[in-house]
Design a protein around this ligand. Structure first.
Ligand SMILES: [Zn+2]
Length: 178
């Protein structure tokens, strides 16, 4: 009389052992744009005025919560309105953040393309420098108008003017760097 035996199935599944996940392997450089790489991997893709919407592969759900827009240079911007991180959305379809950017070899660019790329990289710094100049210029203008009216500047004003001068100097450095 054998009672029921507890049989433990050994987790030996030889046939499955060699299966590897190769989806995350980096693709060799192809001519495919980031959009051509990403869109076929998404579900429920619809075209919108500015780009596309699709279902989010990271959190699931039925709604097209991921918005995708393509920049002039082919770079994709991706946003999940449910709050998923870009990196998680991409990982769910075997891509990485770097896949959103057009891979271009600097050597294959013309000199004018290269200089455009450099300028694009500098734009945020230039914008910050211009913001500083606008603010500090008004500090200096106020100081100058006080002096012009024959009103002396007190110590606080003088300190602020010196700070303005330093900030203007820094901004000039940024703007004159090539
Ligand atoms: Zn999501």
């Amino acid at each position: 009389m054998n009672g029921p035996q507890i049989r433990r199935t050994p987790a030996c599944k030889a046939g499955v052992r060699n299966r590897t996940h190769s989806t995350s392997a980096t693709n060799p450089i192809t001519a495919a744009s980031p959009a051509q790489q990403l869109l076929p991997r998404l579900e429920g893709v619809i075209t919108t005025g500015k780009g596309w919407r699709a279902r989010c592969p990271a959190h699931g759900g039925k709604s097209a919560s991921v918005a995708i827009t393509e920049g002039d240079n082919g770079t994709l911007l991706l946003h999940c309105f449910a709050g998923c991180q870009v990196h998680d959305v991409l990982a769910a379809v075997g891509l990485q953040v770097g896949d959103l950017f057009v891979r271009r070899d600097l050597r294959s660019m013309t000199p004018s393309e290269r200089s455009q790329l450099r300028q694009t990289a500098l734009l945020p710094r230039w914008k910050a420098a211009i913001d500083v100049l606008v603010t500090e210029a008004s500090v200096v203008l106020i100081g100058a108008s006080h002096l012009g009216d024959g009103e002396p500047l007190d110590d606080t004003d003088l300190v602020r003017l010196r700070v303005a001068a330093l900030r203007i100097f820094d901004a000039q450095e940024v703007l004159s760097a090539r």
